[in-house]
Design a protein around this ligand. Structure first.
Ligand code: ADP
Length: 171
């Protein structure tokens, strides 16, 4: 396993990394969960910049400033809604990780933190989502040698435990 991938439990809005990823929706106009927390912590300027972006399709990513967050950038990505696994959910989720990592690295970020994309209201099974996150980052990180650390941030213990099991089995 790439030693640059680290697990942690906590609130992603508090992290002093170069970029954090937001699990946004296609409108990019804010929502609940981690999206709401990021907008509250960043302040209203974030919504102003997001409004100018005109949305984002599922699986893709868009970059903004971090405003009042400790992080300099926010990468907004739109995870798939879980419909049972037959609508390309795994490939779309992998695209979120791949595109977010690429966008952050191209912006010069050397540290990046991901929430568990799609694991909240979008209903993706947590174990499977964790496996997609870990395997995709392990595949993609060799393309970005200047990225120093990528945190997988679990807000709750259920997700943290799933990541631990996953890292143990992939390592
Ligand atoms: P989605 O719509 O992609 O499912 P959610 O925001 O509902 O997004 O949930 C994604 C994950 O983010 C969930 O595991 C949720 O517990 C977690 N989460 C919620 N708030 C925070 C936060 N402040 N920091 C990190 N993770 C968070």
């Amino acid at each position: 396993m790439d030693p640059r991938i680290r697990l942690m439990q906590g609130d992603i809005t508090r992290l002093a990394v170069d970029a954090i990823v937001n699990a946004a929706n296609e409108s990019l106009l804010g929502g609940g969960g981690v999206d709401g927390a990021i907008h509250r912590a960043a302040g209203p300027e974030l919504l102003v910049e997001c409004c100018r972006l005109g949305g984002c399709p599922t699986g893709q990513a868009r970059l903004t400033q971090g405003y009042r967050l400790p992080a300099r950038f926010v990468v907004h990505t739109v995870g798939p809604v879980w419909h049972g696994g037959g609508r390309g959910e795994a490939e779309l989720l992998a695209s979120c990780y791949r595109n977010s990592l690429a966008l952050a690295a191209q912006a010069g970020a050397k540290s990046l933190a991901f929430p568990a994309i799609s694991c909240g209201v979008y209903g993706y099974p947590v174990e499977e989502a964790c496996r997609v996150a870990v395997t995709t980052l392990a595949e993609e990180l060799p393309l970005w040698p200047e990225m120093e650390v990528v945190y997988l941030v679990a807000f709750d213990k259920r997700v943290l435990d799933a990541y631990h099991r996953c890292l143990g089995s992939v390592a």
